[in-house]
Design a protein around this ligand. Structure first.
Ligand code: NOJ
Length: 880
């Protein structure tokens, strides 16, 4: 057999790592009676659900079984294991299977565009996309993203991100997701996954789960804080918050058909996410019916056997304990674990089948899919094919400079940039700008960075206009339309005077300019990103919620000399504006979030009234940092920091409402240049609604399809003589001495407690279909309202529906939870009807004792309005 270049396996240490793994005890933080280990890992392809999606999965499984049944052990192993860091064109590359003409799969970041290449779009980040509250646009963005990834030959897009959700407002990567509410985040995830996959690219729902901050998210990044052999933090949450808040968007991604899920770096309730059988086997693969594959975040896998039996299916990028070490947990160690009986063969079959099925589901046949035509590691034409190897590896064409952009992506990036702008202050309707004579533009955030838009790798600096955060979720710009350039061109065509100062600390120049103009626009920022880069002392997470670069002082200085001061905030999340927000000379404030390459167009469109602002805040802006329910844990007080999510389900506005804290700007808030009226609200429980306490049980699992695989002779898994062996490249082969030493013994491995291999025949009552029990998504309640544009300009309203649950003795509910929204565009005097359907899941809470979603009895109130606090109209229904 000839397997691809695969691997230099350096044996020492590997055996130990794989065979001992790390067994952590698991616990659910407070309030739960649930079992904490869950075995065996559910074999895929057993759902009896007849939803369109699950029938498509069934079809995909047929094809996957067919191909996997033709594979040898080594070939299956290659499919599950990365070739190592920088061992191929993409950030993740699987081993290939030449005998079956099956290529290496290319996995590439990330959620807002293609990382590490060129001639691609920098789409608006998830947060800006969430701020549009426009479902159709979320879907189209997914499609446009998918098309670009496909054009570059990428099989798997490492996004969308739906965790972090934003529990802590300073969380470094909150901006990659769609906002701090599970429902909004869930819709963003659902639409994006469908858009990406409809064009034939596999989407990855990441990071599962509780990846809510950068500090201590992984062991390697936790060193230097005073503990030897530090561990990743453990996010500890109760079973209810886990379902209702953190796993909710993942359920939506799975309901949309997500092919892959990425397990997180951190631990969850004391067990590493990627070896947490409760999380992967129980929640993901049983309760949420996930049929695709679980890949590790890059080096998030911390054990061999334990991870595989806990439900992880693919190791990325393939290296093991440390970055680029070339010593894998899977690959040859998976071969070994199969041969010595520690991992049953059906589990390896299931890993391979799940991987293939996900690709077939999106109608992607990797055998005749475009091959990667770019290199993540260089922009030159020719280079080493495996630059991560110290060996001499083949050299050849690595970049074909394919322009991945399309007319669709151009339209989408521009439209979201405009629609995501959130106008939060507009005194006396000062905006849109009317007759400007002399304008000054103040602040570095208005203009370009002297080193160019790609001047810092992974956008790991905050210079010039801020259109995305930093880290693996960042992308190289083909262009960046800065606000100054766009507005300057307008000055040229419209004839007003314009001057600028990009020095944030030169308050004298700012004053001179402000005094000499009839409108002064101050641009300020707040940035964050991924923890592998520290920017201006911010280790991924923001150190605070203050504006960067002297922002407050710059604003107040300008406002003291100009009574038409406009503030534009380019930010990854909420910022503290208390130093100046009530200043009467500040006539308008525009929240620009992180809208990607067209930021300047978006801002200019709204300031000048080419577009009517229609963005709404996807998070709460507090008056004080201490008003938020949680913050980043910045100090390490133990070898494994414990992050107790003791606020439970009360994050963001749920906390502000519960504690009656007045926010500065509430979740869902944003202004328009026109006015809307919502009327004729009615809400009713469907007459034929099944209102039983729990949903009817899902159908049983069908019998597992076993592929009659058999183990090869150990000697057949030894490195063949005729393949090149590159150092650090990760191969599935054993050395002959390893092969010689193998003894098959199914009982030798120190399995975690509760380990067994008997597949369940009955799904979890909340499971049974992709995303959960299909009855959870039955429509129970219908609400309708009319919305009319009562002003003089065309515009779009975001009609939001919030639900209040009945009073129960032992269950505390949020004052309100978002359970529906629609964005409606209207001409002046136009009226339209808006419809909402609430599902059983929307109305239920997760009861940890019953271990299921429960529909509470009593009176529900439904509020409809244009923010989480607006309450324009209320309706009621009750369930007896
Ligand atoms: C680590 C990040 O957490 C993840 O989001 C990303 O996809 C991988 N690195 C690959 O770059």
């Amino acid at each position: 057999m000839i397997l691809t270049p695969s691997l230099a396996l350096i044996i020492t240490g590997v055996l130990v790592a794989t065979l001992t793994g790390r067994t952590h005890s698991a616990r659910i933080y407070s309030n739960s009676t649930q079992k904490l280990e869950s075995f065996p890992s559910p074999i895929g392809g057993r759902l009896s659900s007849q939803t369109e999606l699950d029938l498509a999965w069934a079809d995909a499984y047929e094809q996957a079984w067919d191909l996997v049944s033709q594979m040898t052990l080594l070939e299956k192993v290659n499919l599950t294991s990365g070739t190592g860091w920088e061992m191929g064109p993409c950030v993740g590359n699987t081993g290939e299977i030449p005998r079956l003409n099956f290529p290496s799969l290319c996995l590439q970041d990330g959620p807002l565009g293609i990382r590490f290449t060129e001639l691609n779009s920098v789409f608006p980040a998830g947060l800006a996309t969430g701020a549009t509250w426009n479902k159709a646009l979320m879907y189209t963005r997914g499609q446009a993203l998918g098309q670009e990834f496909k054009a570059k030959g990428i099989n798997v897009l490492l996004g969308p991100s739906m965790g972090p959700l934003g529990r802590a407002p300073e969380g470094g990567r909150n901006w990659e997701g769609f906002g701090t509410d599970p429902y909004l985040q869930g819709i963003g995830a659902y639409e994006t996954v469908q858009g990406i996959q409809d064009v034939g690219v596999v989407a990855t729902a990441k990071h599962f789960l509780l990846n809510e901050q950068e500090h201590f998210r992984q062991a390697a990044e936790s060193s230097g804080f005073g503990y030897s052999d530090p561990m990743a933090y453990s996010g500890n949450t109760d079973g209810r918050a886990l379902r209702e808040i953190y796993a909710w968007p993942f359920a939506e991604a799975i309901r949309a058909g997500a092919g892959a899920v990425m397990c997180a770096y951190n631990a969850v309730n004391d067990t590493q996410a990627c070896e947490n059988s409760y999380l992967l086997n129980h929640i993901l693969k049983d309760e949420l019916g996930f049929q695709g594959y679980v890949m590790s975040d890059w080096l998030a896998q911390r054990s061999g056997v334990n991870s595989v039996i806990a439900g992880m299916d693919m190791s990325m990028p393939g290296d093991g304990e440390s970055w680029a070490d070339g010593i894998p947990f899977l690959a040859a160690n998976l071969t070994l674990a199969a041969l010595n009986g520690s991992i049953p063969l059906w589990r390896i079959d299931d890993m391979a089948v799940r991987i293939l099925a996900a690709h077939y589901l999106v109608k992607q046949n990797p055998r005749n899919y475009t091959k990667p035509n770019f290199s993540s590691w260089t922009l030159v034409d020719n280079d080493d094919l495996y630059p991560g190897s110290p060996s001499k590896t083949p050299y050849g064409l690595v970049n074909q400079h394919v322009d991945a952009r399309s007319s669709l992506s151009r339209r989408v990036t521009r439209q979201i940039a405009t629609e995501s702008m959130v106008l939060v202050k507009n005194q006396n309707s000062y905006l849109p700008l009317k007759s400007v004579k002399r304008m000054s533009i103040i602040g570095s955030a208005a203009g370009p960075f002297s080193l160019g838009p790609n001047g810092c790798e992974n956008r790991g600096c905050n210079n010039g206009t801020l259109a995305t955060g930093w880290g693996s979720g960042s992308v190289n710009y083909a262009y960046l339309a800065t606000p100054f350039e766009v507005i300057n061109m307008r000055a040229f065509s419209e004839g007003f005077g314009i001057d600028y100062s990009f020095d944030d600390y030169d308050l004298d120049s700012a004053t001179v300019l402000a005094e000499a103009s009839d409108v002064a626009i101050v641009f300020v920022t707040s940035d964050s990103g991924e923890g592998f880069l520290t920017v201006e002392d911010n280790l991924g997470d923001r150190n605070d919620l203050d504006l960067w670069h002297n922002g407050d002082e710059l604003i107040t200085t300008v406002a003291s000399s100009n009574n038409n001061t406009i503030v534009v905030i380019e930010s990854v999340g909420g910022v503290n504006m208390e130093a100046w927000i009530d200043n009467e000379n500040i006539t308008a404030v525009l929240y620009a979030l992180v809208p990607g390459q067209d930021i300047g167009f978006g801002i200019s469109d709204v300031l000048f009234g080419d577009a009517n602002p229609s963005g709404r805040l996807p998070f709460t802006v507090a008056r004080n940092k201490s008003d938020y329910p949680a913050t980043v844990e910045y100090t390490m007080t133990s070898r494994q920091p414990q992050l107790n999510f003791s606020e439970g389900i009360f994050i963001d506005y749920r906390h502000f409402d519960r504690e009656s804290i007045e926010p500065r700007y509430e979740f869902g808030f944003g202004m328009s240049y026109t006015t809307f009226e919502i009327s004729n609200f009615s809400v009713e429980l469907s007459s034929d609604a099944n209102t039983d306490l729990e949903a009817p049980l899902p159908g049983n699992y069908s019998n597992p399809t076993l592929l009659n695989s058999s183990l090869p002779n150990a000697t057949d898994t030894v490195y063949p003589d005729d393949i090149p062996r590159y150092k650090k490249f990760i191969y599935p082969y054993l050395t002959s001495s390893e092969a010689d030493g193998i003894k098959y013994d199914e009982d030798a491995y120190p399995y975690p407690s509760g380990y067994n291999t008997t597949q369940k025949s009955v799904p979890h009552p909340a499971g049974g279909a992709s995303g959960g029990n299909p009855a959870l998504f039955d429509y129970l309640v219908n609400a309708t309202a009319q919305v009319g544009n009562t002003g003089n300009l065309s515009g779009a309203e975001v009609v939001q529906l919030y639900l209040s649950y009945p009073d129960l003795l032992n269950v505390e509910f949020p004052v309100k939870s978002l359970r529906g929204f629609e964005k409606i565009s209207l001409q002046p005097n136009e009226t339209s009807t808006v419809q909402f359907w609430l599902t059983r899941k929307d109305l239920s809470y997760f009861d940890v004792v019953r271990d299921n979603w429960v529909l509470p009895r009593g009176n529900f109130s439904v509020y409809i309005g244009n923010s989480s606090r607006s309450n324009a109209l209320a309706g009621r229904f009750s369930i007896d």
